[in-house]
Design a protein around this ligand. Structure first.
Ligand code: NAI
Length: 342
């Protein structure tokens, strides 16, 4: 597990700074937008995975150097670079997992939705190429606004006749990573033990951490719940403001995305005990897409975990109802974008 692999213990025991476990490397991972703020550290973390045999890095510019640099790390995967639209198809052929962090990030004062006009087109174009070249791959969408870019991807895949809802994921792992960190800090818990499911979507109030379902079970005062919930919802903005115009979260996002890639590869590899939160097609609520914990298997989402949404506190129940109209509108905006194209 990535979590275990990054523990200092693993690093001490292995002088080559590889993962503790050494299973057979056999999966191909393609990163679209690999030269960016997220793409570069994400590529580095994926390069460390013992499960990866080929790491394909695609961007519209600056990716040659990133690949040359990474290729010198003595871990199993072969790194190849692909630049520009003419090389996109080749970057995707045979991929098992495609991760998409391509697009523009937020600047101070912007919401994720302000990115829609640019990123919607980028995601549409890239997912069309995924549909044509590796329709069976797991697709991890990082590009914001995730609440709309995932429905865009779904519509594109439907138009191409290759939509498999079990294999399309909006990456919300960073919300879980943040929730785990903030809860551990507040309650003085060992980080490695803390797991907080985060449901809904990936923007503002649509991000709903279910603190009542945190593991280990902890009790919070009403003030703590309010403070932690708002901090988790605004954590992205905390980083955007601290970076003061230089972008949004990249390093923590790369860490979170690498964890989701590793979980997906473990699931593909037959591990029967892999659970992650993700924004997926869902029937847990009346919305067509919803982030929740899912069980991952060889074919993608094996099961949604409905129990997280049962027995919510009054605070969580209200927050769930309050997020639905915004999330619904973002989903519909994504779907409409694809259908109004010529
Ligand atoms: P960045 O600007 O540093 O990197 C984006 C990369 O995408 C650049 O290398 C650029 O050349 C590339 N790119 C642009 N158009 C492309 C195209 N058509 N094909 C391939 N590559 C293309 O941005 P950063 O910081 O890496 O963020 C990327 C995206 O991730 C943004 O949309 C951001 O909002 C989102 N994000 C999502 C998070 C999440 O939790 N899901 C968290 C943080 C950021």
């Amino acid at each position: 597990a990535l979590r275990q692999s990054f523990a200092p213990k693993a690093q001490k025991q292995n002088q080559n700074f590889q993962y503790q476990l050494q299973p057979q490397a056999s999966y191909k991972v393609t990163v679209l937008g690999a030269a960016g703020g997220i793409g570069q550290p994400l590529a580095l973390l994926v390069k460390m995975s013992p499960l990866v045999s080929a790491l394909h890095l695609y961007d519209i510019a600056n990716v040659k150097g990133v690949a040359a640099d990474l290729s010198h790390c003595n871990t199993p995967s072969q790194v190849l670079d692909f630049t520009g639209a003419s090389e996109l198809a080749n970057s995707l052929k045979g991929a098992n997992v495609v991760v998409i962090p391509a697009g523009v990030p937020r600047k101070p004062g912007m919401t994720r939705d302000d990115l829609f006009n640019i990123n919607a087109n980028i995601v549409k174009t890239l997912v069309e190429a995924v549909a044509d070249n590796c329709p069976d791959a797991f697709i991890h969408i990082i590009s914001n606004p995730v609440n709309s870019t995932v429905p865009i991807a779904a519509e594109v895949l439907k138009q191409k006749g290759v939509y498999d809802p079990k294999k399309l994921f909006g990456v919300t792992t960073l919300d879980v990573v943040r929730a785990n960190t903030f809860v551990a800090e507040k309650k003085n818990l060992k980080l490695i033990d803390v797991d907080v499911p985060v449901v809904g979507g990936h923007a503002g109030i649509t991000i709903l951490p279910l603190l009542s379902k945190a593991k280990p079970s902890v009790s919070f005062t009403d003030e703590e719940v309010e403070q932690l919930t708002v901090r988790i919802q605004n954590a992205g903005t905390e980083v955007v403001e601290a970076k003061a115009g230089a972008g949004s979260a990249t390093l923590s996002m790369a860490y979170a995305a690498a964890r989701f890639v590793e979980s997906s590869l473990r699931a593909l590899d037959g591990d029967g005990d892999v659970y992650e939160c993700a924004f997926v097609q869902s029937d847990l609520t009346d919305l067509p897409f919803f982030a929740s914990r899912v069980k991952l298997g060889k074919k993608g989402v094996e099961a949604l975990i409905p129990s997280d949404l049962q027995g919510l506190t009054e605070y969580e129940q209200k927050a769930l109802e309050a997020l639905k109209p915004e999330l619904k509108a973002s989903i519909e905006k994504g779907i409409a974008f694809v259908h109004k194209q010529p």
